[in-house]
Design a protein around this ligand. Structure first.
Ligand SMILES: [Zn+2]
Length: 256
């Protein structure tokens, strides 16, 4: 039992009881936590506006026997543009689901918190989030210790230029031409330029990525790889990914 202050971003909300909400928060102080916001579905409750998805808030948490409780909350940044734009909402929901699926509860990770916060600020402002999202996905994988092996063959370490045949999601990296023949699984082909882009995106500043013109062919090529890899790592269907992909298909110009 106790009481603490925290700063957090709401990754997810779900209805609870008659008028409550359970919020999943990515906090600076405690990592990912869940807390009940009592009365947060009553129109005149003071927690209504603050407990929307993606809200960045300063809160006071009571730790309880079963559920912690968000007892007071003050909005730092609402991130409303992420809820008002369907495509941005789809991307933000995708990021939130990744964080929710991959982060354990109550494990402090200030780096991931600050990176997510910075990422949402960039997402809010960028006209086309595709490459920003690829960079976010890659960096998050790296923070989680799941980064795909891109520099050499994941099986035999062969790394000579031109020797890599494609990406094997289940092996977690690139395979060389020799290993690929015995792999018995489908490889995702990757042009050398796309591979170079992937490596560069690891280290890229999200704000700099957001300023670059988006090449949709490249973005989709990297997306095929990252989505397959993340989906495999998650070991369960990711709802927000299906939604994001349906939007992207719908947005593609006809004939492409
Ligand atoms: Zn090999």
């Amino acid at each position: 039992m106790g009481l603490y202050h925290c700063e957090g971003i709401i990754l997810r909300t779900r209805v609870f009881g008659e008028a409550d909400r359970i919020v999943t928060l990515l906090t600076k102080e405690k990592g990912k936590i869940e807390a009940v916001a009592r009365g947060a579905r009553r129109p005149r409750n003071r927690l209504v506006g603050v407990t929307q998805q993606f809200s960045y808030l300063r809160g006071l948490i009571f730790t309880g026997k079963n559920l912690d409780q968000l007892s007071q909350a003050e909005l730092i940044k609402s991130f409303a543009p992420l809820r008002d734009d369907l495509l941005k909402m789809a991307y933000a929901t995708w990021w939130a689901e990744l964080l929710d699926v991959f982060l354990p509860l109550a494990e402090v990770n200030t780096e991931i918190f600050l990176f997510t916060l910075a990422g949402l600020v960039v997402l809010e402002q960028t006209p086309d989030p595709m490459l920003v999202s690829r960079a976010f996905e890659l960096r998050l994988l790296r923070y989680l210790g799941y980064d795909p092996v891109l520099d050499h063959c994941v099986r035999c370490q062969e790394g000579a230029h031109g020797s890599l045949a494609g990406f094997a999601p289940v092996e977690g990296g690139m395979l060389c031409r020799i290993c690929a023949t015995s792999a018995g699984e489908k490889l995702i082909p990757l042009r050398p330029s796309a591979l170079a882009e992937l490596r560069a995106l690891y280290a890229a500043d999200l704000r700099a990525v957001a300023r670059r013109p988006v090449d949709p062919t490249l973005g989709n090529e990297l997306g095929r790889l990252l989505f397959a890899f993340i989906q495999w790592r998650a070991e369960k269907p990711l709802k927000s990914l299906a939604f994001l992909q349906s939007l992207l298909v719908w947005q593609e110009p006809s004939g492409s």
